[in-house]
Design a protein around this ligand. Structure first.
Ligand SMILES: C[S@@+](CC[C@H](N)C(=O)[O-])C[C@H]1O[C@@H](n2cnc3c(N)ncnc32)[C@H](O)[C@@H]1O
Length: 246
């Protein structure tokens, strides 16, 4: 078996945060550098905020995530605030300059209710004019078609050889349900995680953002600031919190 703590450690091996090596990480790091306070929603193991503090960010940094094992890893760094909770629990009136959802964490907001509650809470946690930056996979690219056992990867991690693969259970109403499996190299299963991810198109996303009081400041289809096109795999958004009128 693989414990939740080991799964969190494996996440960091498979998804290192490296703004010098990955354009997506650079995209967010540039935004963080210019923001005096940051709320990272769905922060997971906290790697982005660890990097920011390590590289000189002197302002308030807060990571929020419902996954206890991931947060335990995040807490290895004590000069960042770590809060257990969902996006919908983001603290109202906190006045953050920037909120982020990286690593496609936004897609974990599956139902319309959770999306609306989360966007409302993130809006309330920002100062007027504060930014919310996040990405979601563009449904037109049908990324889930690559999530099948024929794309299994053999890796060395947690001090052992492992085989990792994904398998889609269903694609329904914009929600992809799939399993992530960790196994011995011979296929003996060690751990299975079931996940559900929402895939929103641009129009549906923008309607939700507008309803929550956000205006789109910038929209990109790739990490080099290119526009969204018919070939884009990502919908990358920087939204601004509009002031709430009395
Ligand atoms: C793929 S990980 C991304 C972690 C991190 N942001 C990164 O870039 O590596 C997605 C994260 O979203 C978190 N998550 C799931 N549901 C959530 C919710 N309703 N609100 C906030 N975070 C959530 C998960 O616990 C997980 O840590």
């Amino acid at each position: 078996m693989i414990s939740d703590a080991d799964a969190a450690a494996l996440y960091d091996v498979l998804n290192p945060w490296d703004p010098d090596g990955y354009a997506g990480d650079r995209f967010y790091d540039d935004l963080l550098t210019r923001a005096e306070s940051v709320l990272d929603v769905g922060c997971g193991t906290g790697a982005m905020l660890h990097w920011a503090r390590e590289h000189g960010h002197a302002g308030r940094l807060v990571g929020l995530d419902p996954d206890v094992a991931a947060l335990d890893r995040a807490r290895r760094r004590g000069d960042v605030e770590w809060v257990e909770g969902r996006a919908a629990d983001a603290p109202a009136g906190a006045g953050f300059a920037l909120a982020t959802m990286t690593g496609h964490a936004f897609q974990f907001l599956v139902t319309d209710h959770e999306l609306r509650a989360s966007l409302a809470a993130i809006h309330a946690a920002l100062r007027p004019g504060g930014r919310f930056a996040f990405e979601t996979r563009h449904p037109q690219a049908r990324a889930w078609e690559q999530w099948n056992p024929s794309n299994a990867a053999d890796i060395e991690a947690l001090g052992r050889a492992l085989r990792v693969w994904h398998e889609v259970e269903s694609v329904r109403d914009g929600v992809v349900t799939f399993h992530g499996t960790l196994a011995e190299p011979d296929g003996t299963v060690l751990r299975v995680d079931r996940e559900r991810l929402r895939f929103l198109d641009v129009a549906a996303l923008d309607a939700l953002l507008a309803d929550a009081g956000f205006a789109i400041e910038a929209r990109y289809g790739d990490w080099h600031h290119g526009p969204v096109t018919a070939a884009s795999r990502e919908i990358i958004t920087v939204a601004r919190a509009q002031a709430v009128s009395a």
